[in-house]
Design a protein around this ligand. Structure first.
Ligand code: CA
Length: 225
């Protein structure tokens, strides 16, 4: 499911947008100010950001600039008022992928989102996935954290891919055994614990208090990237 971050300070608009997008099968989250928007965007895991221009504190232009300066390549659609703001988006060379002028219809917005997502996936043939300060290229099997290369084993890549492909959902130990080790026999649950711990040691800031690969008591693990 594609994840969209909505940055909008007017609650009625924000909730309306969230409803519209979830009806279209997106997972949508709302933040209402620029500082939180930058922080959340940099945590990664979003496929697209809908960014209002007029926000308390940091405005949408600043948010857009800061996100891009940090090297995040998540597509951005700016929500602008009629007139000047739209001119500014195109004129400033901000690098927003598109802009939609208020008021807009849900149908129009969804069409624009789908077009931007399509372009983004065509433009990025390498399947690079980012969360926090970790970047994983599942095509080249390369990983880095804070810009430094991290050596993952082939099994760790498979495990991480299983998590990424099921992010936000709990995976049980038997499911993980099936997804990562397939039909190999005579494996115990221990093999999962060991690999999860090794992986945490490589990608988590504090492996003893994991933020991405979270234990769900009695159920398994959930990836929150
Ligand atoms: Ca606003």
């Amino acid at each position: 499911m594609k994840r969209i971050l909505i940055v909008e300070d007017e609650p009625t608009i924000a909730i309306g947008l969230q409803d519209d997008l979830e009806l279209e099968g997106f997972h949508a989250e709302v933040v209402s100010d620029g500082t939180t928007a930058v922080a959340r965007a940099l945590e990664g895991g979003y496929d697209l950001i809908l960014l209002d221009v007029m926000l308390p504190g940091k405005d949408g232009f600043t948010v857009c600039r800061e996100i891009q300066r940090a090297g995040l390549r998540t597509p951005i659609i700016m929500l602008t008022a009629r007139g000047q703001e739209a001119d500014k988006v195109t004129g400033l060379g901000l690098g927003a992928d598109d802009y939609v002028t208020k008021p807009f219809s849900p149908r129009e917005l969804v069409a624009r989102i789908q077009a931007v997502l399509r372009r983004a996936s065509e433009a990025a043939p390498a399947k690079v996935f980012e969360f926090g300060e970790v970047e994983i290229d599942f095509t080249r099997l390369e990983a880095s954290r804070k810009g430094e290369r991290v050596d993952l084993t082939a099994t760790e890549f498979k495990l991480l891919r299983a998590f990424v492909e099921h992010r936000g959902r709990v995976l049980s130990i038997p499911q993980l055994l099936d997804l990562v080790w397939g039909k190999e026999m005579f494996l115990t649950d221990r093999v999962v614990y060991t690999h999860v711990n090794n992986l945490r040691g490589k990608i988590e800031e504090d492996p003893s208090r994991p933020r991405f690969i979270v234990s769900v008591r009695g159920a398994g693990y959930r990836f929150d990237g």
